[in-house]
Design a protein. Sequence first.
Length: 173
Amino acid sequence: MNTLKITKATTEDVLKLQSIGRQTFSETFADVNSEENMKRYLEESFAAEKLTAELNNPSSYFYLAVLDEKIVGYLKLNTSDAQTEKEDLNALEIERIYVAKEFHGKKVAQALYAQAEEIAEEIKASYMWLGVWEKNFRAVSFYTKNGFVQFDTHIFRLGDDEQTDLMMKKVLI
């Protein structure tokens, strides 16, 4: 693998972010969800207007994983009041780490996670947390390997389907 670069996304990257977001979410979950629920989720969650608003939120951060000028994954972090759950304002939420399927096992997710750790250190977060679908065994294993432990569960709605996410955290201080 050539040099992987992790770059901060801006509003100029909205279409690239939309493309990799839709691609990676589909690759990860299309086989286990209805076509209708997937279509609705992808349209709503990755709408250009929604992504632009999120990119403009100073409490959210997006990073792109770029390999040979090709975007192969991305990371979304939330701080303060941008967190999807009312956690500690001094915490960092990893809302999304997604990597294109053809690059699984090539340390891209680990590089994106390292970026999250760097931001957590910069903002002096007391801990990092995330929600991960209980049946996404690959991701659960990845986070466990990186020191996260389950502390709760919550419901994630994908269209009309309620799914259980494991809430996981890693204490930093």
